[in-house]
Ligand binder design. Structure first.
Ligand code: FAD
Length: 468
């Protein structure tokens, strides 16, 4: 049939991958359409992910700091939580950003369309609006950036509002007296941190033997210790085998090494991972290969098996992180506009915005061991950092992993307050091919937590032992 809309490039999905791709493509002169099924741009990250979670974590941090200010002679009363105001604050933060994106799209003359896109051929999409109307769009090239969604564990009574995924938990409908968090990964622990600070009694169950299984165990320990001190019950190597909705709560049955005392919860957050949205686009009608798990395989230029159709972000695979999606989006747009480029990032940093934060990048110590790599490790404990002592947060440490033969930095990890802000230096070091001595010879400002990176580079051979 005849197309209602024609464009050089269409981008499906307006998350960090999609909007970045669309903006970059428009800047490079491509006539670009951005299709998003939701009313606001920004995808999961801005609307129900990175941004609202961090706005709530900010409140949690203030509550926690106030609770400990008595240590240095400043006493605050018990916090009064006005949930409506906190929710409004979070919504304002999100709104500011999504409105900003809409403005940026307009400025660049990126046409935005609201609706659900599906392929009808290798050059055509059908876009169904909420009112049932359908438009046909003909494109020269396409970037698929449809993202991912929370895994809904089967067997849970999902119709019951007391069973939540991360999107529901961010709605902040109430602070439950007893909250069960299923899954001790980054998202589960961030939300546990928020709800604990707001006054919930939190239980976390994790199937694996460690919280945040992708990070080194030594990085996770200070976080686990602090959560336990705060009264969060953590149960490892354990899973929920049944969750039944009852009038007086969600009754859970567990299986594993460490069965929680509580069996009845006021709310349950299921945070056991995310699944890619690749299988929901009728991509096979365009000839695009999609795996059984909904992932879309791509090459180093982000092209699918159909060369004029690209895919980026969460639906091309792990790590499912916004900054990965953004970089892939830029690359796909540049390749689509004719630039000869490839994806060459060596490393992608990960951050848990818990309290303390955990951040890591590149090869972990566990990975190095598993692969039999010969590495050296420089580790600097924050107990020797004047700044950390002044903050009353000495549980952190910074470590660098480097190749024993060349001394090139290949990985790093930080646990402690603001670890997420500090990890970028190590990412840069790895990308630049730094030797560990280069970091040691770089003058870091005193007294900062960033000095701990410089110190980790120096302590491995025992030259420096403290930096008060
Ligand atoms: P998404 O952001 O998932 O966007 C895809 C968009 O496509 C969505 O808006 C969707 O509505 C739209 N769409 C899908 N199908 C169609 C269709 N057929 N037609 C039209 N539109 C469609 N990452 C970080 O890096 N840092 C963090 O701190 C962080 N915190 C997080 C916290 C939470 C609670 C969650 C859930 C995630 C968090 N993430 C974080 C992950 C991050 O949100 C994702 O990695 C990121 O959003 C992926 O971007 P994307 O562009 O691939 O897709």
């Amino acid at each position: 049939g005849k197309a209602d809309i024609e464009c050089a490039l269409v981008v499906i999905g307006a998350g960090p991958g999609g909007y970045t791709a669309a903006f970059r493509a428009a800047d490079l002169g491509l006539d670009t359409v951005l299709v998003e099924r939701h009313a606001t741009l920004g995808g999961v990250c801005l609307n129900v992910g990175c941004i609202p979670s961090k706005a709530l974590l900010h409140a949690a941090e203030v509550i926690e700091q106030a609770a400990h200010a008595g240590d240095y002679g400043v006493e605050f009363g018990k916090p009064k939580i006005h949930l409506d105001k906190l929710r409004a604050y979070k919504d304002k933060v999100v709104g500011q950003l999504t409105k900003g994106l809409a403005g940026m799209a307009k400025q660049r003359k990126v046409r935005t369309l609201q609706g659900v896109a599906k392929f009808v051929s290798a050059n055509e999409l059908e876009i169904a609006a909420a009112d049932g109307s359908v438009q046909r769009l003909r494109f020269g090239q396409c970037i698929i950036a449809a993202g991912s969604q929370p895994v809904k564990l089967p067997g849970f009574p999902w119709g019951d509002p007391r069973i939540m995924d991360s999107t529901d938990a961010l709605q902040l409908a109430e602070v439950p007296k007893k909250l069960l968090v299923v899954g001790g990964g980054i998202i589960g622990l961030e939300m546990a941190t928020v709800y604990r600070a707001l006054g919930a009694e939190v239980t976390v169950v994790e199937f694996m033997p460690q919280l945040i299984p992708g990070a080194d165990a030594d990085l996770v320990k200070p976080l686990a210790d602090r959560l336990r001190q705060q009264g969060v019950a953590i149960h490892l190597k354990t899973k929920v085998v049944e969750a039944k909705a009852q009038k007086n709560g969600i009754a859970c049955t567990f299986e594993g090494e460490s069965i929680p005392e509580a069996k009845l919860f006021d709310r349950v957050l299921v945070a056991v991972g995310r699944s890619a949205n690749g299988a929901k686009l009728d991509a096979e009608k365009a000839g695009v290969r999609v795996t059984e798990r909904g992932l879309i395989p791509v090459d180093a230029q982000m092209r699918t098996n159909v060369p004029h159709i690209f895919a980026i972000g969460d639906l091309v695979g792990q790590p499912m992180l916004a900054h990965k999606a953004t970089h892939e989006g830029k690359l796909a747009a540049e390749v689509a506009s004719g630039e000869k480029k490839e994806w060459v990032a060596r490393v992608i940093p990960s951050v848990a915005y818990t309290d303390p934060e955990i951040a890591w990048v590149g090869v972990t110590e566990a990975e190095a061991k598993a692969k039999g790599l010969k590495v050296g490790v420089g580790k600097f404990p924050w107990a020797a950092s004047g700044r950390a002592i002044g903050l009353g947060r000495t549980e952190g440490f910074t470590k660098l992993v480097f190749d024993e033969a060349t001394h090139r930095v290949i990985g790093g990890g930080i646990v402690g307050v603001h670890a997420g802000e500090l990890i970028a230096e190590i990412a840069l070091a790895i990308e630049m091919g730094c030797e560990v001595e280069d970091i040691g010879h770089t003058i870091h400002p005193h007294p900062t937590l960033s000095e701990s990176v410089g110190m980790a580079a120096e302590v491995y051979d025992g030259t420096i032992t403290d930096l008060y």
